[in-house]
Design a binder for this molecule. Structure first.
Ligand code: 8OZ
Length: 368
């Protein structure tokens, strides 16, 4: 029987175990530059089978929160290279999460104070984080403008450049962030996509941007180093769609031929209830995995949201290949050992999640 702690091959990567560090926004990269404190933070967590970095902006326009890192210029690549080198030296594997926030942004964070971009000019009923005088403040997102169809190739190119930069920075691969109500998810779901062109309306049209991005990234760095994250029913960042099952069944079928490394699924509401639903019927996650496999998909299947050791082992027994843990990895740098040995976990300090320095970031103790 497979256990959580067995080695596994995922795309081009050989992972030491199936426990994955989920992407976690920490807002400790002023100037969008990865820094030495982040080297320490990620290296402390290198015993994860795989680290997925915090969401990382593919362009200035892609940013929606203060002090999140980017991967669009050479200085950022050099900063990330220090992190990937240190994680590899500690025996770990690390992929970068590629992020465009779309409408979940604020004019203060956009080039020349412009409006954020979105599929349609509909303001998200959500807030973003601005750090003012070192103090994080939650502020409402700004009204976005609808992207012109002629601007979309430029966004696909930004993903392509970010993927190329990721390899130059020494990453083992990339995860395209298509979840949690950000740009790609805004196109996927009918609540935020009211377009009448080739990128709106039918499920196929709403999935067009995602598929263009995935094809571009796979062509750039290879399917074995490419993956993505989806959150079929989360209401995060005002994401909504009354019929998530046919939408996401279509998405995974379309992804099947790409030879991806893994598909990462957030179950329920991101960081909250696992049994959250949108639409009239409960979302069928096993059905989603079956739809992917029936279409010939053979990527590793990663599940996430509120797992503990027992639930994670059950998921592996039932066909998941990888389980991503979020908050437990913030407060437990040696989470894999603690899960394997059944040791107690350090408690999380919610006050130091976003912004700040060492406190609540690199000062959580490992077991002696
Ligand atoms: C928490 C705070 C800011 C951003 C996500 C990238 O939900 C995020 C995020 C989470 O995917």
């Amino acid at each position: 029987m497979k256990t959580l702690f067995d080695a596994v091959k995922v795309g081009d990567m050989a992972l030491a175990n199936r426990v994955v560090m989920a992407p976690l926004t920490r807002n400790r990269a002023p100037g969008a530059l990865p820094n030495d404190l982040m080297v320490t933070y990620y290296t402390q967590r290198a015993s994860a089978g795989l680290i997925i970095t915090e969401a990382c902006a593919i362009s200035h326009q892609a940013q929606g929160y203060s002090d999140v890192p980017g991967i669009w210029n050479d200085a950022q690549v050099a900063g990330w290279k220090k992190i990937t080198d240190a994680v590899h030296a500690a025996g770990g594997k690390i992929v970068v999460q590629l992020w465009h926030v779309g409408r979940v942004s604020h004019t203060d964070l956009q080039p020349n104070g412009q409006a954020p971009v979105a599929p349609s000019a509909i303001t998200a009923k959500t807030r973003t984080v601005l750090i003012q005088n070192g103090v994080p403040a939650f502020v409402p997102t700004s009204e976005p403008r609808a992207l012109g169809a002629s601007e979309i190739p430029g966004i696909v190119d930004d993903y392509k450049r970010a993927a190329r930069n990721a390899i130059a920075a020494g990453f083992d691969g990339v995860e395209v962030h298509a979840a949690n109500g950000y740009l790609i998810d805004q196109f996927l779901r009918s609540g935020s996509n009211h377009r009448t062109d080739a990128y709106g309306g039918s499920i196929e049209n709403r999935a067009r941007l995602l598929m263009e991005v995935m094809h571009a990234v796979c062509n750039e760095i290879g399917g074995g180093r490419t993956s993505l994250r989806l959150s079929p029913v989360t209401p995060a960042n005002d994401a909504s769609d009354p019929q998530p099952q046919p939408l996401f069944d279509h998405v995974v079928r379309a992804l099947a031929p790409l030879g991806l490394a893994y598909v990462h699924i957030i179950e329920g509401s991101t960081g909250a209830a696992r049994d959250f639903q949108q639409g009239e019927t409960a979302f069928d996650y096993a059905g989603l995995h079956a739809a992917y496999k029936q279409a010939g998909g053979n990527a590793a299947w990663m599940v996430n949201n509120g797992y503990d050791t027992a639930l994670a082992q059950l998921a592996v027994n039932e066909g998941a290949d990888l389980v991503a843990f979020g908050r437990p990895f913030i407060s437990n740098p040696d989470l894999v050992r603690r899960l394997r040995e059944g040791q107690e976990l350090n408690a999380l300090n919610p006050k130091t999640l976003y912004g700040g320095g060492v406190e609540g970031y690199t000062d959580y103790p490992a077991l002696p």
